[in-house]
Design a protein around this ligand. Structure first.
Ligand code: MF3
Ligand code: CO
Ligand code: CO
Length: 264
């Protein structure tokens, strides 16, 4: 595993790319309403990325080893879809919850962020899942600083989530990011405090916990991308890209309407 320490120039470029990813999430917010299809949301995000922001949608035709090219400019994961949902003809309905995950490339650098959205009024369980997942991401972010360990992040997330009665997805994790979409290290959302890589100022990675109301086990759909909960329980995810600093952390995927950090 080789984890790069970004130079000041690289950090500056990452701030720009990450802010642009967050701007896509701001932009799409008012369009997330009953009746719209997820393909229509993808098209809006695609056009906004290319024509307004001047960025490349990193997910479009993204083809890691063993995968067919991903066919859309954002991932949209509805209800029991855990991640990598493919936008399509499905119309949003009142009560749906969804994750929109945006990764842009600007001047060769990747910015990666996702948020949860609700259509109309969510159930009490869905609302609690979204809230717990958001707080879980922030529990992870808040332990980041020079000298902390990767396992501290996973441990903070896992202990909080399991105390709330929900489960942490194991098969997918956060990742280093920069010129590469998925760089080292792997940032697990579970683990043991004090274990793993020691964090150093200048590292940039994502924290993106996927949390299920039911069991953690997953299934992959026949399209080779869409990941669902095996028990069809609800799943939620939030994602920020963060920079390790000398005395803490800088969240890079921020924009005008980024949700505020939760109270401690
Ligand atoms: N944005 C996702 C992540 O957070 C990766 C999506 S890959 C895709 O790492 F191919 F599904 F788009
Ligand atoms: Co990511
Ligand atoms: Co992402």
């Amino acid at each position: 595993m080789s984890v790069s320490i970004k130079t000041p120039e690289e950090i500056a470029a990452m701030r720009v790319a990450c802010a642009l990813a967050a701007q896509v999430l701001d932009y799409i917010t008012p369009f997330v309403k009953a009746g719209v299809t997820t393909a229509e949301l993808d098209k809006l995000c695609h056009d906004y990325q290319i024509n307004i922001l001047g960025v490349i949608p990193a997910t479009l035709n993204y083809a890691p080893p063993g995968h067919t090219p991903y066919p859309a400019s954002v991932c949209i994961s509805l209800n029991h879809v855990v991640c990598h949902g493919i936008p399509g003809a499905r119309k949003l309905r009142n009560g749906d919850i969804l994750n929109i995950d945006v990764t842009v490339i600007k001047d060769g650098f990747h910015g990666d962020s996702s948020r949860m959205y609700c259509v109309g009024k969510p159930t009490i369980l869905a609302k609690r899942l979204i809230d717990v997942t958001y707080r879980a991401m922030w529990h992870g972010i808040r332990v980041v600083r020079t000298g902390a360990r990767l396992g501290d992040i996973g441990h903070a997330i896992q202990t909080y989530v399991e105390a709330q009665g929900f489960s942490v997805v194991r098969e997918f994790c956060g990742h280093g990011i920069g010129r590469g979409f998925h760089e080292d290290p792997q940032v697990l959302h579970y683990g043991r405090a004090g274990s793993g890589l020691k964090l150093e100022a200048g590292m940039i990675f994502t924290i993106e916990p996927m949390i299920n109301t039911g069991r953690p086990q997953l299934r992959m759909l026949a399209d080779g991308w869409t990941v669902v909960t095996a028990d069809h329980s609800l799943s939620a995810q939030w994602e920020h890209t963060v920079l390790v600093t000398q005395d803490g952390v800088e969240v890079l995927t921020v924009s005008e309407n980024t949700p505020l950090p939760p109270e401690e």
